[in-house]
Write a protein that binds this ligand. Structure first.
Ligand code: PLP
Length: 460
């Protein structure tokens, strides 16, 4: 067997769809084929992916937000190699790791009102820990979450998922979880008044839809939580580590949560890791006696490669000033998209902060566009966005996707390393595709008819 994994990748690259259809999730292969995403990416570097012919694509998905520092960053690579070359005594278990201590210290230095860190292996596992810690710390069972929320897909996190598509077929979920509308303080107060809620768990900016909080929402929510003895938990798994132009998104609104959850970007994209940051008194309620020292944990958490990935990622964020870059590039993109909204009737709203941006499309006013829009919508709600993302990939070499099931919002989540030239690439590509979508008849609406046909057949 070849030990050179890059060589193994190259030799089997063309069989990837066949292997996945046979051994893994065939439905995913079908989806990718239907929307023409069978590119066969062969290399990744920074904000770019390269296909078999070496053609460069700009990646605005960044692996669902994990490649904040860009793909295959040399600092990250060196850090991971140095762990392996150093023959470190990884995962001794009956010892504690210096690398975990260092990463915890560096994270807490950035969130100074919190005192303790608990490491996990993923986003959803971090949410599971938050649910358990909140119950242990308060002696209450209830968790309040928001409609349209996404906190992960394991059972606890799924119980806080605001989208039926994810929940259906997996019930019963965790009891005592209550959904309220996002941005609705009276609804939150109504839910908390019974004093049975352990935690209110919220994404500062909702990933599904890129929904922004009203200016007073998060501060008001934190105050209500304090008043009713509920812990305020910010799920920053997507928004954290500079994504929105601040280390944590919550900093935009000057709020200090009782728990902050991070993951995704902390991994550098390469070694799964998550971290729950919280107050001393919460931690002490969980790990309250020596015989409970291992009452919550996971075998691989705090492994040296994950800790090294976290340390290297924080280093790169600072040395390359990526948080400032996210703020600047985000401004540039938002300005450009806002100008498009004024020009194009199909563009309804632009939302975002830093490099987390949503472009929402909506029903047009003019008659010539209306009937085409209605046809596509009748076939499959949200299909219109694919008429934007498909030509972006095919004609402009930009990879991006829709912000959730049935959504009319195309979402951009680029690596934080994008340059001004990349922003110009994004804006001119969107401008061109959106302009095409206003031409009836035209290539985009012909594609729409084909996809609508697929959707109708699949629905039968
Ligand atoms: C806000 C938020 N929380 C939790 C999760 C779950 O993370 P993971 O997919 O690593 O389990 C995600 C993933 O997209 C997320 O965006």
């Amino acid at each position: 067997m070849s030990r050179d994994l890059a060589d193994l990748f190259a030799r089997h690259e063309r069989e990837r769809y066949a292997m996945h259809a046979r051994h893994l999730n065939e439905q995913m292969v079908k989806v990718l084929r239907a929307i023409g995403y069978d590119i066969g990416f062969c290399r990744g570097e920074g904000a770019y992916l390269y296909d078999r012919d070496g053609v460069r694509y700009l990646d605005l998905l960044s692996g669902f937000g994990v490649f904040a520092i860009g793909r295959n960053h040399p600092v990250l690579r060196d850090a991971l190699k140095s762990v392996l070359d150093g023959e470190l005594p990884n995962l001794v278990q009956m010892d504690v790791s210096p690398l975990a201590g260092i990463l915890a210290e560096r994270l807490l230095a950035r969130v100074p009102y919190l005192d303790k860190v608990f490491f996990t292996n993923s986003g959803t596992e971090t949410v599971e820990a938050a649910i358990k810690f909140a119950r242990a710390a308060t002696g209450r069972t209830g968790i309040v979450y928001c409609e349209h929320a996404f906190h992960g897909l394991s059972y606890g996190a799924l119980s806080l998922n605001g989208d039926e598509v994810f929940r259906n077929g997996f019930e019963p979920l965790l009891p005592d979880c209550v959904a309220i509308p996002f941005n609705d303080l009276p609804a939150l107060e109504k839910a908390l008044r019974f004093r049975t809620t352990a935690a209110f768990i919220v994404e500062p900016i909702q990933g599904k839809g890129v929904n922004l909080p009203a200016d007073d929402y998060l501060k008001g929510a934190a105050e209500l939580c304090r008043r009713y003895g509920t812990l305020f938990v910010a799920d920053e798994i997507q928004t954290g580590l500079g994504r929105t132009g601040r280390f944590l998104a919550i900093e935009h609104w000057n709020v200090e949560p009782d728990m902050v959850l991070i993951s995704k970007s902390l991994s550098g994209g390469h070694v799964p890791v998550g971290a729950l940051l919280t107050r001393q008194h919460v931690f002490e309620k969980v790990f309250n006696r020596m015989d409970r020292a291992v009452v919550h944990g996971s075998t691989f958490a705090k492994n040296d490669l994950a800790m090294a990935a976290g340390i290297a990622t924080l280093d790169v964020l600072d040395s390359e000033k990526l948080i400032e870059n996210a703020a600047r590039m985000g401004e540039r993109l938002l300005r450009g998209f806002e100008a498009m909204r004024e020009r194009y009737e199909l563009v309804r709203e632009i939302r975002g902060k830093g490099l987390m941006i949503g472009i929402e499309f909506g029903a047009p006013k003019s008659l010539k566009l209306k009937s085409s829009w209605n046809l596509i919508e009748a076939a499959n709600k949200g299909l219109f966005c694919q008429l934007i993302t498909i030509p972006l990939l095919k004609d402009h070499k930009i990879l991006c996707q829709v912000a959730g099931h049935g959504s009319h919002t195309v979402k951009l989540l680029p690596p934080l390393v994008v340059s001004e030239a990349d922003c110009d690439w994004i804006l001119s590509a969107f401008d061109s595709v959106i302009a095409d979508s206003h031409r009836v008849p035209g290539a985009i609406w012909s594609l729409g008819k084909t996809l609508a046909g697929h959707a109708m057949r699949a629905g039968r």
